[in-house]
Structure formats: structure tokens, C-alpha cells
Design a protein around this ligand. Structure first.
Ligand code: ZN
Length: 211
């Protein structure tokens, strides 16, 4: 996978590629939109594009070098995904990011911190992150992922660039399924009709219940 191969949300893809090209990398971003439309995948591919050892002229990662492979498996020191610990993202988790975010990247070009389900950051944790979002270091990027933008504190929303992910069109979704999860025609059609533009949703169905 590379940015170019991601399904749907072409404008966001182009925006990210352009940001890398012009070296106008906003330190804090929000990826928002319904679940299953690729927000997490885009964030990881963006991290790869920033840190790949063999980037192409369109800023697509090679997906093969040691940096790309370790970002995929979660073992790259400069790319961390923070998920809720239990029900919430805790203030200690935020502090562990703040403790290292101002250091230069350990082994890559940029440190990338991806907060999944960022709406599950409680007020204390969100407030702890505010200053960093406001004055992000030039070699670190924080991405807040949420399907519930309104649940983030207004102060967080106002300090970050928001990228709005849209559901995939039926043809893009069909194409993605055909290329990655080939199935008989009738099953693919059914999945596309059930999925409401979400790859995650399409992959979560047990078709045996419907056929
Ligand atoms: Zn690479």
C-alpha cells in the first residue's frame, strides 16, 4: 500500500502529498468522518510517506524498506498509535507523548503520533495535549482520529487542521473489494449495498447471514 493506492478520499490524499511536497506539514491534524472509511490507514500511510527510505517522486512510500515495514507492524520508534486504555485515553498516555514529542526523531524524518478514538480523551487528558497542539515541534506530527468531531473539546478543534473523510462511492468500494477480497459477483454486490461506503463495514459482514 502507498498513498496512491489508498481507496477513496482522493482530495485528502492529494492534500497530504502536497503538504509533504511543499514541506508545509501542519503539526496537528484531525482526521474525521464515519468509521471504516480509511482514517487510520491514511494516517499510517502518511507516516510511511514521511519516513520511507525510498520515497517516489509523488511521495508514495515503497512499503518494503525497514522503516515502512516497521510502521506497518507498529515497531517503528518514530510512529506511535495511542488507543484508549480501557474506556478512555488517559492523561498518563498523553503525558508519555508530550515527554518525547519535542525530541528530534529517533530514527526517521518525523515523529508521528496517531490518537485513535480521540473523542475518548477526557478533559484532563485533552487539556494536557492542548499546548503541544498549539505549538507543535517542527519534526513531530500529531493526528487525532475521530468519528465524532463534536465530542472533541472546542479548544482542540480550533487548534488543528481538520480533514473530513467521506464514505467511498459504490464503484470505488467495489473496485477495492475486487482487488483485495475477490468473491463471487453476487456477494460483492451485496457487500457494496450493505456497506454504506465503509470498507470496515463491508469487511465486518458475515455474508452467510444474508445469502
Ligand atoms: Zn519504504
Amino acid at each position: 500500500m502507498s498513498l496512491a493506492k489508498l481507496a477513496g478520499n482522493t482530495k485528502i490524499k492529494q492534500w497530504l502529498q502536497q503538504a509533504i511536497k511543499l514541506e508545509r506539514l501542519a503539526g496537528s491534524l484531525i482526521f474525521t468522518g464515519q468509521s471504516g472509511v480509511g482514517k487510520q490507514t491514511f494516517a499510517l500511510e502518511f507516516a510511511k510517506s514521511l519516513n520511507c527510505l525510498h520515497i517516489d517522486s509523488e511521495f508514495n512510500s515503497c512499503d518494503k524498506c525497514s522503516n515502512c515495514q516497521r510502521i506497518t507492524t507498529g515497531q517503528f520508534a518514530d510512529t506511535r498509535t495511542i488507543t484508549p486504555d480501557g474506556q478512555f485515553i488517559k492523561v498518563e498516555q498523553v503525558r508519555s507523548v508530550i515527554d518525547e514529542v519535542y525530541y528530534r526523531p529517533f530514527e526517521g524524518n518525523y515523529r508521528v503520533y496517531i490518537f485513535e478514538s480521540a473523542e475518548r480523551m477526557r478533559e484532563q487528558a485533552a487539556n494536557a495535549l492542548l499546548k503541544t497542539l498549539e505549538e507543535p515541534p517542527s519534526t513531530s506530527i500529531i493526528i487525532l482520529i475521530t468519528s465524532s468531531l463534536d465530542s472533541l473539546l472546542p479548544t482542540i478543534r480550533s487548534r488543528t487542521i481538520k480533514l473530513y473523510f467521506t464514505p467511498l462511492s459504490a464503484s470505488v468500494l467495489r473496485n477495492y473489494l475486487d482487488n483485495n477480497y475477490p468473491r463471487p459477483e453476487i456477494e460483492q454486490k451485496l457487500l457494496v449495498s450493505l456497506a454504506q461506503g465503509s470498507i470496515g463495514r463491508a469487511l465486518s459482514f458475515d455474508l452467510a447471514e444474508y445469502l
